[in-house]
Design a binder for this molecule. Sequence first.
Ligand SMILES: [Zn+2]
Length: 333
Amino acid sequence: MSSPLLSLLRSQETARTILERAVSSGRIHHAYLFTGPDGVGKELAAFGLAQALLCERRTSGANGACGACSACTRAVPREGERTALHPDLVIVERGLHAPQSIGRRTPETQEISIDQIRTLVLSRAAFAPHEGRAKVIIVRRAEELSISAANALLKTLEEPGQKTHFVLVSSQPEALLPTILSRTLAVRFAPLPDDVVADLLAARGIEAKRAREIARLASGSVETGERLADPEESDARERFVERALDAISARTSAGVLALAEEAKKDKDALPSRIAALAAALAARAADAAAASSTDAEALANRGRHALTALEHLAGNGAPQLVVEAMLMRMRTS
Ligand SMILES: [Zn+2]
């Protein structure tokens, strides 16, 4: 028998308390905004909430759902899939639905289009749920809503109609329109503690010792951890660190510019690569300090530039500019 998803949420006491209270009191808000880094449980919580709303054997407990009935099973995407089978659960995501199914000729490459909002959300707003319990709309990466799509959603977000609930999920809530923010109830998800990331990685089949090492570099995100554990990415990361170290001490800035250029296409992998560079510099600084070398301070400063770059990336800085500025500063420190 499967467990209700909400019971699997690890750490996240704040979010858990808000959701468990809502579910057990039966007063579930009509429009949530789940914010926080990727890979910390936002999506799991969104589908857990969908289970609580759609379950055929709703319980009065903190999870609200049984986790095992047909509705609970259909409210969650199967392994490796992005959509779920329950007809009262709508998943909105850029590029998820075939263009012709949402009334478009071309794929959504940049944004969640107003076409998707019209076809999947607005056109169904007037109808009762197919199975009678509730309608749930989950919007992945809500910051990708186009301005017209976001505007089209506003009225429904404010007055979604009976039994309709929205969960907007975003790691970049600052990129959402203020009008969306003001119509949703924000629930914050924090980075996970390293030991929780290590546990979750181990549960996905990564050897325990390695899982602990990776967890230290994963910035509290299981998703980042999984990427770090991927052998191909781990080679690419080592190459990035070597090339960065070469570029810092090279006579010309050609190496810096090349790495900055490549950063554009390796956007997702970049934070873990820069974290690895920071770790490499910190280790060298420690060695230099132990040997009373005069290089220790310069190395430590370079490590700090890497950490600053990570902050800029998290704050939505353009990858190319962040990498270029970081390496240029390292060259002069
Ligand atoms: Zn159920």
